[in-house]
Design a protein around this ligand. Sequence first.
Ligand SMILES: O=C(O)CCC(=O)C(=O)O
Ligand SMILES: [Fe+2]
Length: 310
Amino acid sequence: MVQQSKPTVQTVSASAPIEQILEILHRDGVIVLSDYATEEEIDALNAKAAPHFDKAAREFKPDDKFKGFRASNTTVFYDLIGAVPEDTSKLLQRKVWHQVMEEFLSPETWEWYGEKKEVRKGSYWLHTSIAYKVGPGAGNQVLHRDSNSSMVQRTGPESPPTVVSTFVAGVDVTAANGGTHVIPGSHLWPQDRAPKQEDCCTVEMKKGSLGIWLGNVFHGAGSNTCSPTNPNALRIIYGLFATSDNFRQGENTVLACKPEEYMKMTPEVLKVLGFYKGSSGTGAFGGKDPIKTWKGLEGYNGGQWIYEKK
Ligand SMILES: O=C(O)CCC(=O)C(=O)O
Ligand SMILES: [Fe+2]
């Protein structure tokens, strides 16, 4: 009997020809780009992120429906771009990151305008930016597809990704410290195939590398089996997720008024304006309803949030 070899994650340099990078991503749905960020850039980011991890570990309590999603012994903080703007924005300035998003999140659509066919090309924007610190004892995270946060039903290999997930390694990421488990090729699976841990391989990458997977690839954080005394026991990664820019309001209504005007509005109105986290978690700010976390609405008491699910 022919033994099927385990799939692996391909690593190429961030400066490899873009055709090669895209070919691997189309085939496997996952890739690691080495030398995406410099040692100095990562050291600076780690230093500035540290107090935000400490604050999140002390204070952040996830909303009920997301409690089971993160693995144990995992600290995350949301809105990395708000917490560490300068350093995070540098990571979003690499050409290769934009070339990948252009390829997978900028679909062309056409429609009739009268008797004329009009073609439009979409684009992409930042979906979420999240920092992760995973400590010894963390278990395997449930295997999932990030595209599901768009809540567009995937039907099979013909469904394009609606999200592309990228992770900058803040430390050397290894199988032992919980490198993400991924299933290369699962973006092409039929929808009725469920993921299993034995289908997975591990994303291992050096500090400063960028792990990329399409949102329709199954993956989940790996278990961290390091001893707490191991100096490389913590896994720190910075997630920069992008989505197609058609997932947005027609007008950017959260920018329409001054905070004092929003303070006078009822929760139902603030919800439709965008100060609200959807049931998939999208639209959150600081991991919660922006009505609770945005500084401009500090002290807001417009009444009960009638749509909140208990
Ligand atoms: O921690 C990881 O390796 C993966 C996290 C993840 O999959 C997610 O947040 O969607
Ligand atoms: Fe994920």
